[in-house]
Structures are given as C-alpha cells and as structure tokens.
Design a protein around this ligand. Structure first.
Ligand SMILES: NC(=O)c1ccc[n+]([C@@H]2O[C@H](COP(=O)([O-])OP(=O)(O)OC[C@H]3O[C@@H](n4cnc5c(N)ncnc54)[C@H](O)[C@@H]3O)[C@@H](O)[C@H]2O)c1
Length: 403
C-alpha cells in the first residue's frame, strides 16, 4: 500500500510527537514538509517553510496536513488546507469559537475530507477498553457518569496560569483547551448527543489578592524567604525538577534558566495574565436521559482522570490506570482488552499519540466515505459541549441547550 504523505504546520511539542510515528513506520507515513518559524528543522523532511501560509500557498504534494500550531492558528490554515483537498490531522481545539468550529467541519464534509482531531484519549488502551465494555452490552446501558479530571497543580500553573492557555482571549476557554478530551470520551462512550449543559467555575487561587506579601513579578527576583515557601516557584518547577522539561526541545540548565528569566514561565503565578478558571464543574444531559458530571480541578497532586460509570446491569470504576468492573448478577465480565491498542514505547499519552496516527492512516487507506464522514462529524460534538459549558458558566450556571 502507498505511503501517506504528510505536511506538519507547527514543529512544536505536538508536531514532533506525531512526526515520531513516521520515524517508526516509514512504510505508512512520510513527513514531506514542515512549516515553523523557529524550529522547523527539528523534524526531518524534504522541504521547509517559515510560515504555514507560505507552505500552503506553494501547493505541496501531500495527502494530509497536520495542524499543530497554537490554538489561534487552527481555523484559517484548516479551511485553506481542506479547500485545497488535503485531509487534516487537526490538534484540538478545532478553532477557538463555535462558529469557526462548525465552519471547519462543514467545509470538510462538503469537500469529503477526513478531519481527525487530536482527542488522543480515545486512542489509549485504558479508555478504549471502557468503550469496548460498554459496547459489549454486558453491563447494560449507561445511566450516569461521574468523572474527575485532576489536572495536577504544576501542570495547571504551567499551561493555564503562566502559559499558552492562561488567557482565554489569546487562546480559548480552559474548558475547551483542557476538557474537550473528556467530553469526546462521553460522546463516544454514550454514543448519543449531549442536549443540555450547566457549569460553574472560577479562579480560586491565582489572583493578585492571594499573592504572598513581598512577592516579586518574576520568581527569580523574589525574596528567598518568600520564594522558598512558594509551591509554584518557577525555579523549582523548571530548573530543579524535570516534570515539565519534556515540553521543550532544549532541556539544558542554561535553556531552562533563560526560560524563567525571559519568558512568561518565570512570572509569579499571582501576577500572571490569566483569566481562565482554576476549577470548573460541568453537568450534562444526553439524548436518552444519561447524565454526566465532570469536575476539572487544578488542585491535585497527580495529573490523572478518574471515572465511575453506572450502567443498568453493572458498574465500571477507573482510577486512570486500572478498571474495577462489576456485574450486578455476579457473573464474570467476558470482555478483554482490545488487542489493536498496544502501547508503543515512544508514544506519549499512554500510546494515544501513535494510535491516533495509526487510526488516521488506516482510515485513509480504507477510504470508506461513511467512516470518514462519521469521524469528522463526531469531532464537533465535544466542542459544542465546551462552548455550551462556557456560556453557562459565564451566565452563573444557566441551563444551555445544544442545538
Ligand atoms: N492533544 C493533546 O493532548 C494536546 C496536548 C498539548 C497541546 N495540544 C494542542 O496542540 C497545539 C500545539 O501545541 P504545542 O504544545 O505543540 O505548542 P508548541 O508551542 O510546542 O508548538 C507550536 C508550534 O507552532 C509554531 N508556529 C507558530 N506560528 C507559526 C506559523 N505562523 N507557521 C508555522 N508554525 C508556527 C511555533 O513556532 C511552535 O513550534 C495547540 O493547539 C494545543 O492546544 C494538544
């Protein structure tokens, strides 16, 4: 079978993660071009451009465009690529506004192109196993789901207080940036559309009023007595510990020091440019009556998702790694782990990154128009829940119906 040719727009963390698949599977995927103003050459390819527009205007020969640039650079490149006939691997969010998301998906349906959105959770063995259990029908129908996204105190400070997704006007609301993954799972598991949403949430801690006395604008200038007691000290997070280094191409001590001296990642968490909630709760009602309650909070030691699913004939309880499955009639559960979801070693997100690319390759080789249309249509559903939740939160928890 022919090798799929892909172009990557944005050679950052996500672009590099998907490019790894081509290294491991050259018989399936070739990266033929990369556009990035700063680090294009970090991915091996035949051609390079400094900017996505320059790349697409040169009409390179390829099958797929991977849009892995910041959130505000998804909409225009995606539309341009679809109209030029490319399929898309599009990082979430599809776009920062509901209208733009709908326009991208409508354009893909008109052009009969596939849009695979970077909802990597459904491509992990753990979440795919839950899907297989529900689809087996052994436990009956889903009645309610209670799900917590424990975002991890360090991760929230990095991405949603200091970093790329801290300010909704510059990127998108946290419920879209962080939780579209979870809402995609609910839509996928229940297999129906969400009809009604309510939501509450706010910034509990990361506000100027909560700043310790004497704190400086940058951690590097903070009095040692204040900095020592600060859990979110940038020096502590980026120089002394390794948890966040995987996000950067250059992880040397010099690069990390420069990061906290010169970029937003060195700013005091109480004086950053953030406006997104550090905790948010969403309640949903789906067609057929199933309900979901979703809690996203930044005040947890681990970055993990925990789930309880109540079905008419049994229960699934997951701690993010292991599943506890119970049938009310006492019989053993027969469904095993789906064999096609192996976890390759170099794939992050529990194997989700590689499995997503592998699924995209499979779908494009198979070229079944129904599968392409259904996958593309379903990508929008999680985003519609996010926008409804944000409207509800801003209106003090009003019920918002999804059209
Ligand atoms: N699916 C997931 O789990 C997941 C995880 C993290 C991020 N994301 C999403 O992936 C996207 C990228 O995030 P990231 O963490 O890789 O960010 P990043 O900052 O590491 O990478 C973005 C890259 O885009 C490049 N870029 C900026 N302007 C450009 C232009 N005009 N032309 C070409 N390239 C340009 C930047 O130089 C950078 O290298 C975001 O939309 C983010 O929300 C998804």
């Amino acid at each position: 079978m022919s090798v799929l040719r892909a172009i990557i727009l944005g050679a950052g963390y996500r672009g590099r993660a998907y490019a790894e698949y081509a290294k491991d599977h050259p018989d399936q995927l070739e990266i033929v071009g990369v556009a990035d103003p700063v680090q294009a050459q970090s991915i091996p390819a035949k051609r390079y451009w400094n900017d996505w527009r320059e790349c697409l205007e040169s009409h390179p020969e390829a099958d797929v465009v991977m849009v892995t640039m910041p959130d505000n650079l998804h909409y225009e490149p995606s539309l341009m690529a679809l109209k030029a006939g490319y399929h898309l691997l599009l990082e979430k969010p599809i776009a920062p506004t509901e209208e733009q998301c709908r326009e991208v998906i409508e354009c893909a349906l008109e052009q009969k192109r596939l849009v695979v959105v970077g909802h990597i959770l459904r491509y992990t063995a753990y979440f795919a196993h839950i899907k297989a259990l529900i689809d087996s029908g052994e436990l009956g129908e889903v009645v309610s789901i209670s799900h917590q996204e424990s975002a991890g105190f360090w991760k929230v400070a990095h991405s949603y207080v200091r970093g790329n997704w801290a300010n909704s006007k510059k990127s998108s609301p946290i419920i879209l940036a962080k939780c579209s993954h979870d809402f995609d799972l609910f839509v996928w598991w229940i297999g129906k559309k969400c009809k009604k949403v309510t939501s509450f949430g706010s910034i509990k801690l990361f506000r100027r009023e909560m700043m310790p006395k004497g704190a400086a604008l940058r951690c590097i200038d903070c009095p040692p007595a204040v900095e020592r007691r600060c859990i979110w000290s940038a020096r502590n997070m980026y120089v002394e510990h390794d948890e966040l280094k995987y996000l950067f191409a250059d992880r040397s001590d010099e690069a990390m020091l420069k990061l906290i001296e010169e970029t937003e990642y060195g700013k005091c968490v109480y004086q950053a440019d953030n406006d997104v909630p550090d905790h948010q709760t969403v309640t949903m009602e789906f067609e057929g009556g199933a309900t979901v309650s979703h809690v996203m909070t930044g005040f947890t030691a681990q970055n993990i998702r925990t789930t309880r699913i109540a079905l008419t004939r049994g229960e699934i309880v997951g701690d993010g790694e292991n599943l506890d499955i119970c049938r009310f009639d006492g019989n053993a559960v027969a469904t095993g782990v789906p064999v096609n979801y192996r976890i390759p070693n170099r794939s992050r997100h529990g194997g989700g990154d590689f499995n997503l690319v592998s699924e995209m390759v499979r779908m494009l080789r198979r070229a079944d128009p129904d599968e392409i249309r259904e996958t593309t249509e379903q990508a929008l559903q999680s985003h519609l829940i996010c926008f409804a939740a944000e409207r509800s939160r801003l209106a003090g928890g009003r019920i918002v119906e999804i059209d």
